[in-house]
Design a protein. Structure first.
Length: 149
């Protein structure tokens, strides 16, 4: 079941809020008003998306949710730590949060700063270096930077 939620205009219906509450429950997160509002914008329509804290904050404000930017950052970090989102860092100062949590590559569009999913069938990693003593590889992120001609 999904609801209707438009992250561009910030509007979400009751179905989107129910989907959000169920999503939070799968991770054992308490459904606070702010978490529900942000979760509905992220996954309420059942679609996958890539957001920055700033873009989610702007959508929440358009929806009338009085959520501070610091709260959005903290909530996105909580969702990531709970396994609901994946954080993709494209440069030292810019993180995107992805609702699709299984391993997959991304295109980063340098011209407008957008992050989109890339097809997995074109990426093959056949060998990785041995990690240092006492460590293990947690994840490999593949971000392919693109520029329009």
């Amino acid at each position: 079941m999904t609801g209707s939620c438009d992250i561009e205009d910030g509007g979400c219906d009751e179905g989107a809020r129910r989907v959000a509450a169920a999503w939070l429950a799968t991770a054992g997160l308490r459904p606070t008003r702010q978490r529900l509002a942000l979760a509905a914008l992220l996954i309420g329509d059942g679609g996958h998306r890539h957001v920055t804290a700033e873009s989610l904050h702007a959508a929440a404000r358009r929806n009338g949710a009085g959520v501070a930017l610091a709260t959005v950052y903290n909530t996105l970090k909580s969702f990531t730590e709970a396994g609901l989102l994946t954080e993709i860092t494209v440069d030292g100062a810019r993180s995107y949060f992805d609702t699709r949590t299984e391993d997959h590559p991304h295109f980063y569009w340098e011209d407008d700063g957008a992050l989109t999913d890339a097809p997995s069938n074109g990426v093959e990693i056949t060998r990785l270096p041995t990690p240092p003593e006492g460590s293990e590889i947690a994840r490999v992120d593949v971000v392919i930077r693109l520029r329009r001609r």
